[in-house]
Design a protein around this ligand. Structure first.
Ligand code: SAM
Length: 236
């Protein structure tokens, strides 16, 4: 897969080429998403419907990310599953042989569900809006961050996740293709590379994300990315 990467903003299949919004709207949009993210997932979990709902929507992010990670990260690697939710990504990683996975999420209820999967060595409740994360530099061989970038300032959280990954380690993450366009994420990913935080390793074109979601359907897809921290100390 080396060399076969994209981090470009793809054309909006619904017409407008860039589909970017006023930055003030984006700030408001992000704040709204952050607020919803804090409460919505607990509610989901309390009704016991989180995994069922995502399954009904045909959510394939965890399996896609785990399969991509297998190309770059040995299964004895220590992995942080950031915003792990109910543990779908941990389970997908465990099925592929990853045995040392830690999870963090803001939702206590989802963490309880993640605990029942048996896929995690350790789970902790962490508000990832509050940086730095409670990990030393270079603590992990890899980070997975799937289906959650929506709720965060792109560059801030990705820079922080790369901090906790050792030199030569990998960050595997996803972003919705519509938000790639709206937030100009491609430029932010390139800026992180230009400032030496990481190297581009791999990226996909938009791929299925929640294909049976009543609103997203196949209109909203996701792109998956792999970045590696340079060997030698990462500048931060
Ligand atoms: C769509 S779910 C994805 C969960 C998991 N990564 C997966 O793919 O199944 C988004 C997750 O982000 C978490 N989240 C949202 N805001 C957060 C925050 N400030 N700190 C930590 N986790 C957060 C939610 O609790 C939820 O578990």
């Amino acid at each position: 897969m080396d060399g076969d990467w994209t981090d470009h903003v793809t054309e909006d299949p619904r017409g407008s080429r860039h589909h970017r919004r006023d930055p003030r709207d984006l700030g408001q949009d992000l704040q709204d998403r952050q607020r919803r993210g804090r409460t919505r997932y607990d509610t989901f979990a309390e009704t016991g419907s989180f995994d069922e709902t995502f399954e009904q929507w045909g959510y394939v992010g965890p399996q896609t990310a785990a399969a991509i990670m297998l190309n770059y990260v040995p299964t004895d690697g220590r992995v942080l599953d950031a915003a792990c939710g109910s543990g779908l990504t941990g389970v997908a990683l465990a099925r592929l042989g990853y045995a040392v996975v830690e999870g963090i999420d803001i939702s206590a209820r989802l963490l309880e569900i993640a605990e029942t999967t048996g896929a995690y060595r350790r789970l902790r409740r962490v508000d990832m809006q509050s940086l730095p994360l409670p990990f030393d530099d270079d603590s992990f061989d890899a980070v997975s961050f799937i289906g959650a970038l929506t709720y965060f300032e792109t560059a801030d959280i990705l820079r922080e996740l790369s901090r906790v990954v050792r030199s030569g380690g990998h960050v595997v993450f996803s972003q919705r293709d519509d938000l790639m366009r709206e937030r100009d994420c491609g430029a932010q990913l390139r800026a992180l590379e230009d400032s030496g935080v990481w190297h581009r390793v791999y990226g996909t074109e938009p791929m299925p994300y929640l294909p049976r979601h009543p609103e997203y359907g196949t209109d909203i897809e996701a792109q998956y990315f792999v970045r590696s921290c340079p060997t030698g100390r990462c500048p931060r």
